[in-house]
Design a protein around this ligand. Structure first.
Ligand code: HEC
Ligand code: HEC
Length: 411
């Protein structure tokens, strides 16, 4: 029997044993058992298709998903959930990027390996990268930078920073590789994915990035509603008009009267969509490829404690400038803003309604013609409409998708 068939044999036995987990007493090291469960799940997930399938309304707007190498993504999944990546083995990437929260976390400031608070809130990962190619396609500006202050274009670099930062996982890359090499499950997986069993740094980072790229959200009820209207010549909102609608285009792109919501939208959701399109979608397209502004100062404060992009560039014009993030799954990603200052979406909408501050770098989209900050003064009904629309951006399939779930967890 070759080592590999032996391995499969062991895995098969384990698969049977694990099914009866509840009724058997597990001998030995529980971590070891988790390792075996993870290996079994990972071998299984090598066959998953990780490339997202786009709904027709996006395809007919000329967008195609970025292909994903499924084996690398499957390996990336194990790495993403593996606590051996952190110094005292207490944190994995998923500790700060939880699937149930669209890969953000619930802490205002994320917490590092020794329980210390980081300077910023974690960012949700749904649609981090797999829509990146479309930005180039639409406006030739390339991939929008990552992180709240846009300080990198490289996903590999983000993993390296998270692993090696003393405040986050506090490891050296050599230490991580040593630990990875010592695990039987990585030996087996590396052979399947890279054809050898001596893990290298670039391969590990590549696998993590491939997994992050695979996380995509295209199954929110908003998508289903848009899909209902795609290619339907009688529909009032068509896929092609939606492109301009999300471009922060002229007001006439929404051609439906308030009283007649298109299929798939309640009247309130549709009023919310209109409010959103007029006031918000220039910076937060519901479908990110149609976004126009990727970073801005949105006037949270007059003086920022954290200067965002300005902290990196030292340029006063960048003070208070942060990434305008995708609002996909926003109902799941509380608290809000780079410092988690708002606990609820109601607080966020109240801020935009009456609280925008006259910061010198406040973006023109949030200013009146005379330069003063806009006061949207939303009525209670309008606030509810906006909330109902934002709720449509929650992708329940993503948060339950087994391909993105924790392979170490015992169920
Ligand atoms: C201790 C908490 C923590 C851990 C562990 C962690 N992250 Fe993060 N992550 C954050 C925070 C906080 C940010 C935002 C930081 C900033 O913008 O300055 C972030 C941002 C990101 C982003 C940028 C998303 C975007 O849209 O710009 C990616 C991608 C990411 N992390 C992936 C990972 C991966 C992969 C790992 C594991 C190798 C990981 N993170 C581990 C807290 C964490
Ligand atoms: C000029 C661009 C711009 C416009 C217009 C704009 N925003 Fe924002 N928004 C931002 C930026 C930039 C941030 C991040 C700010 C920070 O953390 O410092 C943000 C953050 C948010 C967040 C927090 C996201 C999170 O997960 O933390 C929500 C929610 C939000 N905006 C909703 C809205 C709504 C609703 C509107 C319309 C009423 C709107 N925005 C209009 C730029 C904009």
């Amino acid at each position: 029997m070759t080592r590999f068939t032996l391995l499969l044999f062991v895995v098969a036995i384990l698969a049977i044993a694990c099914k009866r987990e509840a009724s058997i007493v597990i001998q030995g090291d529980p971590t070891d058992l988790l390792d075996k469960v993870a290996l079994e799940r990972a071998l299984h997930s090598l066959d998953y298709d990780y490339t997202p399938s786009f709904p027709n309304y996006l395809k007919s707007a000329g967008l195609q998903p970025v292909p994903i190498d499924k084996k690398k993504a499957a390996l990336g999944r194990v790495l993403f959930y593996d606590k051996i990546l952190s110094h005292n083995q207490s944190l994995s990437c998923a500790s700060c990027h939880e699937q149930s929260r669209a890969f953000a976390d619930a802490k205002g400031f994320s917490m590092g390996v020794n329980g210390q608070k980081l300077e910023r809130q974690s960012l949700p990962l749904a649609n981090t990268a797999n829509f990146a190619a479309h930005y180039r396609q639409l406006n030739d500006t390339g991939i929008p930078p990552f992180l709240w202050d846009g300080r990198t274009l490289s996903l590999d670099e983000i993993s390296r920073m998270a692993i090696t930062s003393p405040d986050e996982m506090n490891m050296s890359m050599e230490e991580v590789l040593e630990r990875i090499r010592s695990k039987d499950y990585y030996q087996a997986l590396w052979r399947r994915v890279f054809g050898h069993s001596s893990p290298k740094e670039n391969e590990m980072l590549e696998a993590l990035s491939e997994f992050v790229k695979a996380i995509g959200s295209v199954h929110a009820s908003f998508d289903a509603s848009m899909e209902m209207n795609a290619g339907n010549p009688n529909a009032t909102v068509k896929a092609d008009t939606s492109v301009s609608a999300f471009y922060h285009g002229p007001p006439n792109v929404i051609i439906v009267k308030d009283t007649t919501p298109p299929p798939g939208f309640t009247l309130s959701q549709f009023r919310g969509l209109r409010l959103f399109t007029r006031n918000c979608s220039g910076c937060h397209s519901a479908i990110r490829p149609f976004q126009q502004v990727f970073e801005a100062c949105n006037g949270l404060s007059l003086i920022y404690k954290d200067q965002g992009k300005g902290k990196i560039t030292g340029n006063p014009q960048d003070y208070g400038v942060f990434k305008a993030i995708s609002l996909r799954n926003v109902a799941l990603t509380a608290p809000y803003m780079h410092d988690g200052r708002f606990k609820t979406l109601t607080e966020v909408i109240d801020f935009y309604s009456t609280g925008i501050q006259p910061h010198p770098n406040l973006h023109p989209l949030l200013r009146n013609p005379d330069g003063s900050p806009k006061r949207f003064n939303f009525t209670a009904k309008e606030k509810q409409d906006l909330l109902n629309f934002l709720d449509m951006l929650t992708d329940k399939k993503l948060v339950e998708d087994v391909r993105f779930s924790n392979p170490f967890k015992q169920q």
